[in-house]
Design a binder for this molecule. Structure first.
Ligand code: GDP
Ligand code: IMO
Ligand code: MG
Length: 435
């Protein structure tokens, strides 16, 4: 039975949380399988607005199992804060399980994230400074600490003692920073261990057994395909392992590729990016400002969920969208934030790049080439109407329909869901996606 991956098709913040929240009602299990506290997924439902960084967006359905799998790096303090926030707002989290194989974000990861960015100077990546990428780097370097270690007091103490010596050398000798105190870290993390203990389990077995029983599994991607370490706009990417593309879901959750039966790509109706790096369709003018601030009234203006940074905004990039659709093997697209485009006289879609005088239809491999790619646009007439109440495709203004059809033809993937507002019910379901 189906395991469905919901994946970001752009540079993150496409509205994955919103789409997962919608889709979760037809799933038995919802699993976050990658990234860390760098992710920020917004859900707006009857209980209000929520920003989740680690807990799956399916948590609002008390009858579903929610998993944070081994592909995620967990900051224990942030997770405990997220749990408290949900409990305080009457969300039942009894169905949450955290993988014992997941790696931990440790205090040195947050410090190194900060110091490394400073050292990069003008070449800074614009990381979230959450320690997420440094935690993944240590995982790959085989010097990470896992949840299972945290649950074993003696083992944890032994590991901290060995690793902290190297980390303090790095912080003090290389970055000229302040050393960390072993005792304080042990005290802090042992408290976290007590708080998290009851949620820890073997998420891999839970998923594999559910898959065998034919249950419906929803795999919640984080970040976006263009932030992926292998296929994204390197080096302006995140260091997550597993990958930030659909293929990473199998690795991050512990299922074989044959278990994945559907890939849903989430795209915004335009382009945003937070952090540094090339963005061929970026608008550094009043149109970009308008895209960013359209949602000021309903709290959906384009400012980062995790860091509050203003998101860079621009027109939909069809070259990158086509690349991303192929990379993920998308079956369907959920197109979000169509309502944000109401009130523009004209709307553009990038259909090709000009690089060194030549037209190309796929993104170049290097940062320099992507940075100097000139976006070639097709211009569409806009629409004035508010579309946030539309629930059927034919209720949308004709110009909006033309715009959506162009995205489907550029990506060669059907647009099966159109989100016209942040709330659960504000969606046009063109074709039933989640059964
Ligand atoms: P994620 O990281 O992909 O889950 O996306 P974020 O939550 O970081 O950012 C998406 C933002 O867009 C949030 O503020 C959502 O509430 C908002 N959003 C999602 N879908 C829609 C939509 O269709 N219309 C509007 N106006 N806002 C939306
Ligand atoms: P969600 O799941 C948007 C970006 C950062 C930075 C780069 C590297 O909410 O879509 P990192 O802290 O990961 O080392 O930063 O990646 N980034 C995101 N941008 N949404 C995200 O997640 C992101 N996760 C990482 O802004 O440019
Ligand atoms: Mg986000």
């Amino acid at each position: 039975m189906p395991a469905t991956v919901i994946i970001g098709g752009q540079w993150g913040d496409e509205g994955k949380g919103r789409v997962v929240d919608y889709a979760a009602k037809n799933s038995n299990i919802i699993a976050r399988y990658s990234a860390g506290t760098n992710a920020g997924h917004t859900i707006v439902n009857d209980l209000g607005k929520f920003s989740l960084h680690l807990i799956p967006a399916g948590i609002f359905y008390s009858d579903k199992k929610c998993l944070i799998t081994h592909g995620v790096v967990i900051d224990p303090l942030k997770l405990l804060e997220e749990i408290s926030m949900l409990e305080n707002r009457n969300v039942d989290i009894g169905n949450l399980t955290i993988s014992n194989r997941a790696h931990l974000i440790m205090p040195w990861h947050r410090i190194v994230d900060e110091l490394e960015e400073k050292r990069r100077g003008v070449h800074a990546i614009g990381t979230t400074k959450t320690g997420t990428s440094p935690a993944f780097i240590d995982k790959v370097a085989r010097s990470g600490i896992r949840v299972a270690d945290l649950m074993n007091k003696a083992k944890f103490r032994e590991k901290i003692h060995i690793i902290l010596k190297d980390k303090n050398d790095l912080i003090t000798k290389y970055f000229d920073g302040e050393p960390l105190n072993e005792k304080l870290i042990l005290q802090e993390y042992e408290e976290h261990a007590n708080g998290l203990m009851k949620y820890v389990g073997d998420t891999m077995s839970i998923v594999q057994e559910a898959d065998k029983r034919g249950e419906s599994i929803l795999l919640e991607g984080a970040q976006g395909s263009l932030l992926d370490i292998d296929t994204g706009s390197y080096p302006y990417v995140t260091s997550a392992v597993p990958a930030s593309i659909a293929a990473g879901a199998c690795i991050g959750v512990g299922l074989g590729p044959k278990s994945i039966t559907k890939v849903i790509g989430v795209f915004k109706s335009y382009q945003t990016r937070v952090g540094e790096g090339p963005m061929p369709t970026e608008l550094k003018d009043s149109t970009g400002d308008k895209l960013r601030n359209q949602g000021l009234e309903d709290g959906t203006a384009e400012y980062g969920t995790t860091t509050g940074r203003p998101r860079r905004c621009g027109w939909f990039d069809g070259v990158l969208a086509n690349y991303s659709a192929k990379l993920n093997g998308m079956d369907s697209i959920a197109l979000t934030r169509l309502d944000t485009l109401s009130g523009f006289e004209e709307i553009k879609i990038c259909t090709a790049y000009k690089i060194n005088g030549k037209l190309v239809n796929s993104p170049p491999a290097t940062f320099d080439e992507l940075n100097s790619s000139e976006a070639i646009y097709e211009t569409f007439e806009g629409w004035e109407e508010d579309v946030s109440e539309a629930r059927k495709f034919n209720e949308l203004p004709k110009n909006a329909q033309i715009f959506i059809n162009k995205i489907a033809s550029l990506t060669d993937v059907p647009i099966d869901m159109i989100s016209v507002g942040p709330k659960r019910e504000q969606a046009i379901i063109v074709k039933k996606l989640f059964d």
